[in-house]
Structures are given as C-alpha cells and as structure tokens.
Write a protein that binds this ligand. Structure first.
Ligand code: R5P
Length: 299
C-alpha cells in the first residue's frame, strides 16, 4: 500500500501512514502563477493499492480540485485501487434538495470522485447517516466519538457531567456517547424556528444541567455561533462549567476568537481538519483520529 497526501492535512496523512508503518509517498504539487495546479505522482504505483488523504476543509473547492487531479494521476499511472480518506467531507450539508431549483452538490462531488477513479471513500462523523447512499462506491462512515469517549472518561468525573446536544439533529450522536460511557445523562437544546423564515425564535433546554459540568458534543464547529450560544444557555440554566467537543474544526470567519472569549472552559476537536496557526487559541485541544483511519484502511 502507498499513502499520498494532498496539501490540506499533511500532518494527519503522515500520522496515518506512520500507523500503517509507511512513509508518505512523494507527489509534486506545482502551483502556476494563475493558481492552477499541476500534479505528478513521483513513485511507481502500477498495480499498487493507493490511499490519498485530503480534507475538504477551507478552501473546499480548491482542496477538492486538488484531490480530483491526484486521483486522476494515480489512475493514469496504473494504481490497482484508489482509496480516498476525506476526513472532513465538504459539501455534505447539501445532500438533498431543500428548496426548488437547488443543486445536490454532494452528489456532484461523489460523481466526480467516482469518474476520476476513486474505488472507496472514508470519512468521519457525517452530518447525516444517509450520506453514504449518495455515493455509488462504498463510503465508510468512521467516527471520532469513541476517541472523545475515551478522553471524557479520562478527564472528567462521570458522576458530575451531563452531555448536551446543541440541536435536535445531534441526538443520535449524544446517545451514542452516553451509551459508551455507561448511559450517563444527556440534555438537548430545542430550537423553536419561525416556520416561514427559518430563523430561530428562542431555544429551550430539554434536560437538567444544574450544578453539573455540561459537555457539548457536535459534529462540527463552523462559525462557532451554535456552540457559543449553547454554552450561554447552559450557564443560564445553572451548569457549573461548560466544555465543547466537535469532530470537525471548520473554524470559519472569527470562530477561534468567539470560542476563546466564550464561557466554554475548553474546546476539544479532532484533527480531521488541520487548524491553521491563525485559528489556534489557548482553550483549544486536538485529539487525533489517525488510529481510527489507519485501522479502517487495514480492513
Ligand atoms: C448543525 O446542524 C451542525 O451540527 C452544527 O451545529 C453547525 O453546523 C455548526 O455551525 P456554526 O458553528 O456555524 O454555528
């Protein structure tokens, strides 16, 4: 097996290769003055099983394009199979038509990946469990939640915590973590929306967090708004402390500043996305999912 990395998350790609007792295989990514890229696989891959690691983090279009071209280069060089690890699957929130006239962007991505030569895909904590159905090649749905479960067990007194889903959509996730930790209590934030505009009128808490350490668990933090607003509600409802776990540190706009200046004690994310230096902040902690990815690739 040979492991190649795109430019979005080389740190994670090296870790995955290391767990497979391999070094990253060389690939030349040349950027032209107009920002087009030329990609050349610098090793023989004829009849080899190849893996490409590339996260569709910011900037998603650029990272996807680089991935498409890398897969094409591997296919043309005679690779036997091309497994693609997309730790954070960009465009996954556009997996069906919400309003008439929209595109199903995730299906476009899935079709291109298959057309250029992807054999199988691996991704983490997908927004909806139905997303693999959009792909016509196998998409293995992996999770950072077991790693988070281990960390929660190690760092917290389970008798003092309550897990919190910041919205109804996250209940499945929160139940999973609760079960992992011996069915510890959980609460959910219920958002009441204006049915015409879709905007949130108010939020209520379903569950009890008084005098407890509240641990928010979510799939992603993008602008940070959901997590920070959830933390404020939890403090108002009497939580003694608030921590936040999220698989994907998308960190759009000034999420890092918002999170650092919030009531949250610590923000724990996984390394599905390589957080750029300008988005690192003192309260941030990063847990690696490289073991999970490597184990899945061994199957
Ligand atoms: C929502 O359904 C997701 O699970 C996240 O809660 C959301 O995408 C986070 O976005 P933001 O950080 O921009 O509030």
């Amino acid at each position: 097996m040979k492991v190649f990395s795109g430019s979005s998350n080389k740190k994670l790609a090296s870790k995955i290769a290391g767990k497979l007792k391999l070094e990253l295989s060389p690939v030349e990514i040349f950027v032209f003055p107009d920002l087009e890229k030329r990609i050349r696989i610098q090793e023989k891959v004829l009849d080899e099983d190849c893996v490409v690691v590339q996260s569709a983090s910011i900037p998603p279009d650029e990272n996807y394009m680089e991935l498409f071209i890398m897969i094409d280069a591997l296919r043309r060089s005679g690779a036997k199979s091309i497994k693609v690890v997309i730790p954070y699957l960009g465009y996954q929130r556009q997996d069906h038509i919400f309003r008439e006239g929209e595109a199903v962007s995730l299906e476009v991505i899935a079709e291109i990946l298959k057309t250029v030569g992807m054999s199988e895909a691996y991704s983490f904590d997908l927004h909806s469990p139905k997303i693999p159905d959009v792909f016509s090649v196998p998409l293995h749905h992996l999770s950072a939640l077991p790693e988070f479960g281990v960390k929660i067990k190690k760092d917290f007194n389970l008798d003092e915590i309550v897990l919190v889903s910041p919205d109804m959509g996250g209940i499945r996730r929160i139940k999973e973590v609760s079960e992992m930790l011996g069915n510890i209590p959980y609460a959910t934030i219920v958002k009441n929306r204006d049915l015409t505009t879709g905007s949130i009128n108010d939020s209520n808490l379903d569950g009890d967090v008084r005098d407890k350490t509240a641990i928010i668990v979510d799939d992603m933090i993008s602008t940070g708004k959901t997590t920070v607003e959830a933390s404020e509600l939890l403090v108002n409802e009497g939580a003694s402390k608030v921590f936040a776990f999220a698989t994907h540190a998308v960190f759009a706009r000034d999420a890092a500043r918002l999170l650092q200046h919030s009531r949250i004690e610590r923000v724990i994310v996984s390394d599905t996305i390589d957080v750029p230096v300008y988005s690192l902040f003192p309260k941030l902690e990063i847990v690696s999912i490289s073991d999970v990815a490597a184990e899945a690739l061994k199957q």
